[in-house]
Design a protein around this ligand. Sequence first.
Ligand SMILES: O=C(NCCc1nnc(-c2ccc3[nH]cnc3c2)[nH]1)c1cc(-c2ccc(F)cc2)cc(O)c1O
Ligand SMILES: [Mg+2]
Length: 214
Amino acid sequence: TRTTRPQRLLKAVQDRAIRGNPKSVISVIDHYCRNQEWAMNVGDEKGFILDSVVSELNPQTVLELGTYCGYSAVRIGRLLHSGARLLTLEFNPDYAAVAREVISWAGLENTVQLVEGASGDWIPRLREHFGIHTFDFIFLDHWKEGYLADIKLLEECRLLRKGTVLLADNVVCPGAPDYLEYVRKSPLYDSRYFKSHLEYTKAEDGLEKSVYLG
Ligand SMILES: O=C(NCCc1nnc(-c2ccc3[nH]cnc3c2)[nH]1)c1cc(-c2ccc(F)cc2)cc(O)c1O
Ligand SMILES: [Mg+2]
């Protein structure tokens, strides 16, 4: 049977990227998605904003919701200092299988841990299962209609602390209107919008950065 888009993206990485070199994995994926076939990675333009938020924060514990092919896990993982860890949740087993290979090709298997399953099932179990107290940084890039429920769940499970930074992809395209309204209205968050473009296109999109005030 035909290969899937994630499988073709993985083949491009294995054929063209240098093993153990996250920068080359990122540039191979961006070149492939811009020139061969589009895929829903955060991409280079929004990726640059993601890099600056992560570099400024220098987080020790990171949660990513929605791994897809592992592009943003590699983008974030490459910037983490020794001892820092990224936990990335992915619901779709086919995406997860490809992402594990991409993360391993980048040499980040000791920094990035991929967990398969639904965010709603895993979030309440992160503390007892992974010994996590709170997260310093959270990147939301999964079901757009799940963003709001999942940050409310993170609040309830006390996995946020004063200063935790949440960065949400696609708040314009495909859009997460209920999430935006909540973080912009709630006194619990200080929120700001970084205008950009949908990955590899000219369409508007952007990232919403929200600091939890606790
Ligand atoms: O849907 C997206 N991303 C999400 C994948 C996913 N689908 N289900 C999950 C899941 C669900 C429970 C989960 N629990 C834990 N991880 C989970 C992941 N993640 C997405 C879509 C677009 C896009 C824009 C314009 C278009 F014309 C078409 C597409 C762009 C992007 O940057 C995206 O991130
Ligand atoms: Mg996205």
